[in-house]
Every structure is written in C-alpha cells, then in structure tokens.
Design a protein around this ligand. Structure first.
Ligand SMILES: [Zn+2]
Length: 88
C-alpha cells in the first residue's frame, strides 16, 4: 500500500505510522469507557468493513499527521488530507 503525502508525494506504507481511526464509532467509544485506558487503546478499536477514515503520521518523512480515507476491504485510498484540515 502507498500513501500520497500532500508534501512528499506518493510514499511507501513503511514510512507511515497508523494512529487509529480518525473518528471512532459510538459503540467503540462506549466499550472503551469500561476498560482500562491502555487495554482500550489496544483491543477495543473498531474495525469496520468498508470506507473508513484513519489517522496516519508520516514519521519517516515530513512528520505530518494525515487523515486517510481508505476502504478496508480493498485498501484503496480515496482521499488524503492534513489532519488539521479535517479537524472539526
Ligand atoms: Zn510527508
């Protein structure tokens, strides 16, 4: 899989770090409220099938935080933008 960084261009996945869902589902957030914080962070992430917005960091590149819209069934990336632009 390759990710198109807005600053560096298309780069290999190995340059990026996955940081979780950009916005967790209501069910995932509710489940996390009843678990120890470190357990929730590792085991209670939602894993939806289909189009999903994820937070990635280009740690071995420019260091930017990115919101990646990806289909978890096909790994096809439909959009990449800076996380700060995606923040509500
Ligand atoms: Zn970059």
């Amino acid at each position: 899989m390759r990710i198109e960084c807005p600053f560096c261009g298309e780069r290999d996945l190995s340059e990026f770090t996955y940081l979780g869902a950009a916005r967790e589902s209501a069910a995932g957030v509710a489940a996390a409220q009843f678990a120890e914080p470190h357990v929730a962070a590792v085991y209670l992430r939602s894993n939806p099938a289909g189009v999903h917005r994820e937070l990635w960091r280009h740690g071995y590149g420019c260091g930017s935080w990115l919101e990646v819209t990806r289909d978890t069934r096909t790994h096809l990336i439909s959009a990449v933008r800076l996380a700060r632009e995606a923040a509500p």
